[in-house]
Design a protein around this ligand. Structure first.
Ligand code: 5GP
Length: 210
């Protein structure tokens, strides 16, 4: 091996658990993060909700019937799962094990109940909460979607207030006041976590660190 060529890194990917209220901008920000960093993958969840237009099976979600979802629960196939607004959502063990084994860092976009389950399992995941800059901005964003009536907007705001109370269980907070800045913040969090001592040293094992 020529001098200066590193040992072939055999690293385990880091799971990043991202939560935040509906309207905080999770989907668009995470899409940009994935475009910017080829070392990051998106954990594809199972859900019983119907696909929205443009969503792709196996890429956005695995869309399954409730009976199938319940079967998977019985088989202990999920690391976490939750009932969110009358639909079931779950992260399968395989969705996380596959990419992280291959060394990809992984984004798990889960709501707060699922994040709580993952935290209790304590598997070295990094928890990041995305918030809008204010409740007023959140309300404007929810209204500007245009498709929801007053009652739906009010329920989403109520739900957002409940979700915000869970923020104390998260290590990092990204404020989405400016989308490009929020994307950079995410990329910085990912970059910093990759540089944690216990993640780096095993990759440079021919040196004696004492
Ligand atoms: P949506 O239906 O808008 O795609 O997602 C609704 C909510 O479900 C979002 O807050 C999203 O983060 C969450 N969610 C998506 N996948 C999962 C999952 O696998 N587990 C849990 N607990 N929540 C999820």
């Amino acid at each position: 091996m020529s001098e200066g060529v590193p040992l072939k890194p055999v690293r385990q990917g880091i799971p990043f658990v991202i939560s935040g209220p509906s309207g905080a901008g999770k989907t668009s920000i995470l899409r940009r993060v994935l475009e910017c960093d080829p070392g990051v993958r998106f954990s594809v969840s199972h859900t019983t909700r119907a696909p929205r237009s443009g969503e792709i099976e196996g890429q956005d979600y695995f869309f399954v019937a409730e009976e199938r979802f319940r079967q998977l629960v019985d088989q202990d196939a999920f690391l976490e799962w939750a009932d969110y607004q009358d639909n079931l959502y779950g992260t399968s063990r395989e969705a996380v094990a596959g990419p992280t084994r291959e060394g990809f860092d992984l984004i798990l976009e889960v709501e707060v109940q699922g994040a709580r389950q993952l935290r209790e399992r304590g598997r070295g995941a990094v928890f990041v909460f995305l918030i809008p800059p204010s409740m007023d901005v959140l309300e404007q964003r929810l209204r500007s979607r245009g498709s929801d009536d007053e009652d739906v907007v009010r329920k989403r705001l109520e739900r957002a207030r409940e979700e915000l109370r869970e923020i104390h269980g998260y290590r990092y907070v990204v404020v989405n006041a400016d989308m490009e800045q929020a994307v950079r913040d995410f990329l910085h969090i990912i970059a910093a976590c990759r540089l944690e001592r216990e993640k780096v040293l095993p990759l440079w094992s021919d040196m004696d660190f004492g």
